[in-house]
Design a protein around this ligand. Sequence first.
Ligand SMILES: Nc1ncnc2c1ncn2[C@@H]1O[C@H](COP(=O)(O)OP(=O)(O)OP(=O)(O)O)[C@@H](O)[C@H]1O
Ligand code: SF4
Ligand SMILES: [Mg+2]
Length: 345
Amino acid sequence: MNHLQISDLTVAYRVGGHTVPAVRGVDLTVPAGGKLGVAGESGCGKSTVALAVLRLLPANATVTGRVLLDGEDVLTMRWGRLRAVRWAGASIVFQGAMHSLNAVHRVGDQITEPILLHGKGAITPAVAERRAGDLLEQVGLPAHQAAAYPHELSGGQRQRVMIAMALACEPRLIIADEPTTALDVMIQAQILRLIDGLVTEHGIALMMISHDLSVLADTCDRLAVMYAGRVVEEGPARTVFATAVHPYAAALGAAFPTVGDPAARRAPRGLAGDPPDPAQLEGGCSFCPRCPRAVAECARVDPALRPAGPDRAAACILVPPGGPSPRSLRASAAEVPAAPEGRRR
Ligand SMILES: Nc1ncnc2c1ncn2[C@@H]1O[C@H](COP(=O)(O)OP(=O)(O)OP(=O)(O)O)[C@@H](O)[C@H]1O
Ligand code: SF4
Ligand SMILES: [Mg+2]
């Protein structure tokens, strides 16, 4: 059975009398023990999807669709059941651990709290403390760091504590929402390896959110690329990264200079412009204003996801039924435009 099945999820935020359609008809699946990467630029709705999975959205959000966790719809669950599912069914590692940890409690107490709550009296404080120490060691911290307050730890150590908390109640799904933002590249790599290793070892399903397609291609089995609140391409992670079908996914994958390639450093291929403000979306394909391959019809038609080859789908009118040929895939990967001067990194 799929551990997580999101169907036709829409989320709209109400802000100052108008509506922001942040997520528009998203379908995503993570099988038990599977790893799904979700990529996309800032504001495309990745965190909104993550928060919807555990019904953590703020009161100004209206949600429709279905979010099945092990077959149970999170969106219609009673509060008591929802409390049981949070942590034990699925847990989240948020971006920015300093904001997620409580500054006035020792980190060990923050790890034991859900263990004791979910143990419902069957677990003693001493057992929970031992488990917190074990969890800290699993994430590469000495058990005595349980006595530390968050401000006494480095950013990387705090993020390790967040991962220990996410593991505390042995969930079947972990959602990692940009778990390495604000960490230096060496620590980023360590944290990603740590999450990858732990979910593999424990057979936990993973939904990993990042801007960085290459990181997701390394870590995940499948990759979904979001744009303006929609999934625009989904398929096997390495295939989508190497030969994206959707022009946005192709540009996102090419938006980084190749390490060791001086030519790529001088002229990294990138993406001009910015994603649309969801409150100002017009008809047609939302990527049209930035798309190097747009044709007249793109301003009128908002394409749905359609099959784009074996086991993959893309939302672009240029995708022929049954998917493009391998030759055209290689050609479209090479067509990604150079970034305008002002936006080169
Ligand atoms: N609480 C809120 N109230 C109103 N609008 C919101 C709220 N939270 C998010 N939004 C809007 O919803 C859209 C999607 O935001 P979201 O945080 O899901 O994007 P994201 O893909 O996670 O971006 P990032 O990569 O920057 O984290 C954005 O336009 C954002 O401004
Ligand atoms: S539908 Fe048109 S504008 Fe949208 S991604 Fe495809 S080619 Fe580009
Ligand atoms: Mg986010």
